[in-house]
Design a protein around this ligand. Structure first.
Ligand code: GUN
Length: 290
C-alpha cells in the first residue's frame, strides 16, 4: 500500500504558483487577489476559509475575507456578490458553502460572474467542464485529478466507481474521469444512496472515489485487492482527547481498508490540501485571464 500524499503534492503546486507570482510582480503587475465570503459562524467553514487565506499569503496572492452575519438576507448577499463581480481589484472570489438555511444556494451561485467563479460552480463553468472547454474546474475534483496525474496512476480503461453525486465533487469527478484525457479514459459508474448492490459494485472498482458524506462507510469487504481508493470525506466527530474537541473522520474505514489498496488517501493530508492548491491554481488563472 502506498499513501497518496496530498501535502507534498500540494506543496509542489504552491512552489510552481509562487514562481509565477514572482514573475507577475517582477513585470510590475499586482499579484492575483482572491476574496472569500463567509456567512455565519460554522466552525468548519471558518477553518476552511482561514486555510484559504493562509495559502494565498504563502504564495504571494492578495486576499480579502468578507465576513457576513448569519442573519444577512439573501438580497443583501446578492448585492455583495454584485459588488465583487465589478471590483477590478479582485480576480476571483468564492462564497463558502453551506449557507444558512434561509438563503438559496442556487440563487447565490447563479449571481457569480463566471469569469470570477474560481470555485467553478456556476452553469457556464460546469457546462464548459462537460464539453471539455477551458474553464475553472472545481477545486476538489481538480485536486484529485492532479493527485492521480502527479503520482502517475494509470486510469485508462479502468473501472472507476464514484460514490456520491454532488454538484461539487461526485458529478464533476465522474465527468473528468470519463473524458479522453490523462488521467481519465476510465469507465465510470456513479453510485449513490439509491444504488442497488453497492458492495458488489464497489468490489468491481479499480479506482474508488468516495464522496458520500458518511463516516467510515467503505469497509474492507467492499474493496478489491489492489484498488486505488480516494477518500473525499471529512466529518468532524467529537473527541475529548483532542485540543480542538473533535477529529476529522473520512468516508473510508482507513485502518481496515488500507492493506487491500495499491494506493489510498488518508482523511488528513490527502484530498484536502489538493483542494486548497487547486483554488490557488484557479485564482492564478483568473488573474491571467483578466
Ligand atoms: N464547501 C465545501 N467545499 C467547498 C468548496 O470547494 N467551495 C466552497 N465555496 N464551499 C465549499
Amino acid at each position: 500500500m502506498q499513501l497518496l500524499d496530498g501535502t507534498s503534492c500540494s506543496k509542489e503546486i504552491r512552489e510552481e504558483i509562487k514562481k509565477d507570482v514572482n514573475s507577475i510582480v517582477a513585470r510590475g503587475e499586482r499579484p492575483p487577489h482572491l476574496a472569500a465570503v463567509l456567512v455565519g459562524n460554522d466552525g468548519a467553514s471558518q477553518n476552511y476559509v482561514a486555510f484559504k487565506v493562509k495559502d494565498c499569503k504563502e504564495v504571494g496572492f492578495d486576499s480579502t475575507t468578507i465576513r457576513l452575519d448569519e442573519t444577512i438576507t439573501e438580497k443583501e448577499l446578492l448585492n455583495k456578490i454584485e459588488e465583487l463581480n465589478h471590483d477590478e481589484k479582485i480576480d476571483g472570489f468564492i462564497v463558502q458553502l453551506p449557507l444558512p438555511k434561509h438563503i438559496n444556494e442556487n440563487n447565490v451561485i447563479l449571481a457569480i460572474n463566471s469569469k470570477k467563479d474560481v470555485d467553478g460552480f456556476c452553469p457556464e463553468n460546469v457546462g464548459n467542464l462537460v464539453l471539455g472547454l477551458p474553464t475553472y474546474i472545481s477545486a476538489t475534483p481538480n485536486g484529485i485529478m492532479e493527485l492521480l496525474r502527479r503520482n502517475k496512476i494509470e486510469t485508462e480503461g479502468k473501472h472507476c466507481v464514484v460514490l456520491g453525486r454532488s454538484n461539487i465533487v461526485g458529478t464533476p469527478i465522474a465527468v473528468l474521469m470519463s473524458r479522453n484525457t490523462a488521467p481519465g479514459n476510465a469507465t465510470v459508474t456513479m453510485a449513490h444512496s439509491r444504488t442497488k448492490n453497492l458492495k458488489e459494485l464497489c468490489l468491481s472498482a479499480d479506482i474508488l472515489i468516495v464522496a458520500i458524506g458518511k463516516t467510515e462507510f467503505v469497509k474492507a469487504d467492499m474493496v478489491k485487492l489492489g484498488a486505488v481508493v480516494i477518500d473525499v470525506g471529512q466529518t468532524r466527530v467529537p473527541d475529548s482527547s483532542k485540543k480542538t474537541g473533535f477529529r476529522n473522520v473520512g468516508d473510508v474505514d482507513f485502518g481496515n481498508v488500507k492493506d487491500k489498496c495499491s494506493y489510498i488517501t488518508y482523511v488528513t493530508g490527502g484530498v484536502g490540501p489538493m483542494t486548497r492548491a487547486s483554488l490557488l491554481q484557479n485564482t492564478l488563472k483568473a488573474h491571467q485571464r483578466r
